[in-house]
Design a protein around this ligand. Sequence first.
Ligand SMILES: *[C@@H]1O[C@H](CO)[C@@H](O)[C@H](O)[C@H]1NC(C)=O
Ligand SMILES: *[C@@H]1O[C@H](CO)[C@@H](O)[C@H](O)[C@H]1NC(C)=O
Ligand SMILES: [Cu+2]
Length: 225
Amino acid sequence: MARLTSLSSFLATTLALACGIQAHFTLDYPPPLGPVEDQSAGPCGGYTPDLSTVETTDFHVGGDAIAVSTGHPQNYWLYRITIDDDLTSANWTQVYPIVIQTGFDMYCQPAVTIPEEFEGQTAILSVVGHATDGLLYQCAAVQFVSGEGSRLESCSNHTDVDASFDNDAELASLVGDSQSEESGSPSSPTETPDGAAPSMYGSMQGLGCLVTATAMVLLAAGVTI
Ligand SMILES: *[C@@H]1O[C@H](CO)[C@@H](O)[C@H](O)[C@H]1NC(C)=O
Ligand SMILES: *[C@@H]1O[C@H](CO)[C@@H](O)[C@H](O)[C@H]1NC(C)=O
Ligand SMILES: [Cu+2]
């Protein structure tokens, strides 16, 4: 009995830790680089890609899909690219206007176009999300090719998701030709009335962990008895 109790608490602790490091958002397409160690670490979530060896996904300059799924009720999104090897000093080019997504889960932009000068280049696509817990990063390695991408079946918006163009000063500051010098922009997410968001997400995560932990403990009990 004592053995079962300590096994249970061990499992519960392990799962709580595992759930605690879940991603705030995932880049679903193009396939993301990883493992992501710390999604708050720019430009790729704590992962340092090597452009000379990394496996790339073809991305059509005439329009191709970028898909994300979020665990936050509201997110601003920035899509930017660079062909520079050294990401710490990279020249980032914004490839789509900043979007605000409201609603959890999948948001997919099916036809992001790339300036033609990038055709034939290997590049890093960095997706930056701005939610209540700050800036979050994930990258993909892409090869820019001519033409338009074929419509991806997995490219869809969750039914409860709304998205529109908006400005976000922090995201705009991450790209070279930052047009958003409007200081004190009213669209700053820290001023939006969603203070309940982090705890809501936290308890959602907590519930998921609890369900999993309970299932694991029951399984372990079954094995032990
Ligand atoms: C940054 O990239 C843009 C777009 O390719 C280019 O026009 C500009 O010259 C680059 N700037 C520097 C400093 O390399
Ligand atoms: C998702 O919503 C955005 C904003 O309304 C729209 O531009 C985009 O085309 C939608 N994506 C799909 C796959 O319909
Ligand atoms: Cu988060």
